[in-house]
Design a protein around this ligand. Structure first.
Ligand code: NAD
Ligand code: LMR
Length: 330
């Protein structure tokens, strides 16, 4: 039997985790022959609910579930973990922007960044889902000086998936025909969904859909899709978020498809003129376990302006949480 992989999930009794955990023990992340040990973190208040989730995990009799740890201690939760999904954080309610959650959620990520620094494996892959995801990732990373930028990312995969589906529907093509979509910047309504390098069935996407639809409908529809789901469902996206988290982590561990890239937010290195250190969503490929920003894509003035706008929002969010940033302040 393979050595079990230790996977931490925070907010393990919440709605995203409820859609995530049962897929982790079904092999949807690492395949049907990879056992897992789940490290499940919750607040003390949610402990009873977590016990209930654990009962249901047991009741699956899942061969891949080697063991689980239930805890309200971040250091216990992150002890020797290989992978970590940082989901636990308050979701927004109608009328809020994600950045309105900063004051409420940011401190969670300072505590957890420190605990990861102390306990996680040095090559751990850590995905921040809790909103506002990019700036929470910045806080966690800056509080983990023994870990590197390569250990951290924030989730814009849900935005990427939304963009792929919207484009595919417009072209009446399957989602598998869509390649080269990019979501730049923040997981917020300043994100820039870019089709300049995208194709559908091998034909440039902008030729297929036309400029007016792209500029006047596509960009905004993707930017506000989270709000639209919240309005209709009464709660923020959960199953689609869990699916995006699985896709993000699977590509990070096992590699991205040979003929495409994905969008991932990560501590930037100055690529595309974005201030180094901001956790910014880029087109990314993963080869042999190494993550690389796709370089040298041409950026016209239209795109550059939108990338600057979302970068400015990230810099403003950083200013709000300056007091929580750790030793390695980018
Ligand atoms: P939820 O309220 O259903 O669950 C959150 C859980 O986190 C709760 O059970 C709560 O007890 C727990 N929690 C709170 N503080 C914690 C802490 N310090 N340690 C451990 N657990 C803690 O919320 P949800 O719908 O599962 O959403 C979780 C987060 O994910 C929200 O911030 C939401 O906005 C965000 N989200 C992000 C994306 C994205 O694309 N990046 C998509 C959807 C949702
Ligand atoms: C989403 O994009 O669906 C999530 O970030 C939840 C939200 O608040 O919109």
């Amino acid at each position: 039997m393979k050595t079990p992989v230790r996977i931490a999930v925070t907010g393990a009794a919440g709605q995203i985790s409820y859609a995530l955990l049962f897929r982790l023990i079904a092999g949807d992340l690492l395949g049907p022959d990879q056992p897992v040990i789940l490290h499940l973190l919750e607040t003390p208040e949610a402990r009873a609910a977590l016990d209930g989730v654990a009962m249901e995990l047991d009741d699956c009799a899942a061969p891949l579930l080697h063991d689980y740890v239930l805890t309200d201690s971040a250091t216990t939760a992150f002890d020797a973990v290989d992978l970590a999904f940082l989901v636990g954080a308050r979701p927004r309610i109608a009328g809020m922007e994600r950045k309105d959650l900063l004051e409420i959620n940011a401190d969670i990520f300072r505590t957890q960044g420190r605990a990861l620094n102390e306990r996680a494996k040095r090559n751990a892959r850590i995905l921040i889902v809790g909103n506002p995801a990019n700036t929470n990732a910045l806080i966690a990373w800056s509080n983990a000086p023994e870990l590197g930028a390569d250990n951290f990312s924030a989730m814009t995969r849900l935005d990427h998936n939304r963009a792929v589906t919207l484009l595919a529907h417009r072209c009446e093509s399957p989602v598998s025909a869509v390649k080269g979509v990019i979501v730049w910047g923040n997981h917020s309504n300043t994100q820039f969904p870019d089709l300049h390098h995208a194709s559908v069935d091998g034909i440039p996407a902008l030729e297929r859909v036309g400029w007016d639809w792209y500029e006047q409908q596509f960009i905004q529809t993707v930017q506000v899709r989270g709000t639209a789901v919240l309005q209709v469902r009464g709660k923020s996206s959960a199953a689609s978020a869990a699916h995006a988290a699985l896709g993000h982590m699977r590509d990070w561990v096992l590699g991205t498809p040979a003929d495409d890239w994905v969008s991932m937010a990560l501590p930037g290195d100055g690529s595309y003129d974005v201030e180094p250190g901001l956790v910014f969503s880029y087109p990314v490929v993963v080869r042999d376990g190494q993550r690389h920003i796709v370089r040298d894509l041409s950026i016209n003035r239209f795109c550059a302006e939108r990338m600057k706008q979302t970068e400015a929002e990230l810099a403003a969010e950083r200013a709000v949480v300056q007091h929580l940033l750790g030793r390695r302040t980018p």
